[in-house]
Design a protein around this ligand. Structure first.
Ligand code: HEC
Length: 225
């Protein structure tokens, strides 16, 4: 019994020395491994002792010493199991943490990519709108904002929608004439100075309210028919 106690103290001392070893790097891992190793070593020592006692090589009450050693070994095994379970839980948590971090990182990258794409798309849309506006301005600048086609609507009843009808059987065909010539002729009607078939007054009534921009726009439209 005395011998067993002494051996236990020695074993405990050895374990303490082992635990006090300076642990550098992977501290968590090392300590977790020790948690497993220590009870295992303890169990081995106790088991060896129990075996010795069983063979009659230890003093005192052999039977109870053997039983005690057996119990101690069982306790050590239990401790080892606990340590292993604890370590497994630690590893599981660490893996879960890493996975969560990785998922978050991927989500953040994906969100950033989507935002960049959205930004690019809206920039393109903005540029397209700008270009459209610029084109509109260019057309309006050339005709002063007047719409030649709309201005020709009321002329089509006599000159034809395609501008190829001799108005009231008297006028020349106006479609395809040079825009500059048409402009001069229309301005002549507006001023009351043009009258080629005796219908100059009628034409004055048609274009009297047209501005210079309107005349330019409608002349350009007729020229293109
Ligand atoms: C009611 C019928 C009628 C309408 C509507 C009419 N015209 Fe005329 N147009 C005439 C007649 C008739 C003449 C010939 C006038 C003359 O005696 O010089 C003429 C002549 C012209 C000529 C000169 C052709 C040439 O080469 O000598 C032009 C250009 C013209 N019209 C443009 C227009 C435009 C533009 C409009 C619309 C804003 C219009 N007309 C609306 C009947 C019409």
């Amino acid at each position: 019994m005395k011998k067993l106690t002494v051996l236990s103290i020695v074993a405990a001392t050895l374990l303490l020395v082992g635990c006090n070893e300076s642990s550098t790097g992977a501290e968590a891992k090392a300590s977790a491994e020790k948690k497993v190793e220590a009870p295992a070593a303890e169990a081995k020592t106790e088991a060896t002792e129990a075996k010795k006692c069983g063979e009659g090589k230890c003093g005192g009450d052999k039977k109870s010493a053997a039983t005690e050693a057996k119990e101690a070994a069982a306790t050590a095994v239990e401790k080892t199991k606990e340590a292993v379970v604890e370590k497994a839980a630690e590893v599981k948590d660490a893996v879960a943490e890493k996975a969560a971090a990785a998922t978050a990182a991927v989500a953040a990258t994906a969100t950033a990519a989507v935002d960049k794409t959205k930004e690019a798309a809206s920039a393109v849309a903005e540029k397209a709108t700008e270009a459209k506006d610029a084109a509109k301005d260019a057309v309006a600048g050339a005709t002063g904002g007047a719409d030649g086609k709309a201005l020709f609507a009321k002329c089509s009843s006599c000159h034809g929608a395609d501008g190829k009808t001799k108005a009231l059987g008297k006028s020349a065909v106006i479609a395809g004439q040079p825009a500059a010539d048409l402009e001069t002729k229309i301005k002549g009607y507006k001023a009351g100075t043009r009258n080629t078939a005796g219908m100059g007054a009628l034409m004055k009534g048609q274009v009297g309210s047209y501005s210079d921009e309107d005349i330019k726009a409608v002349a350009a439209y007729i020229s293109g028919l």
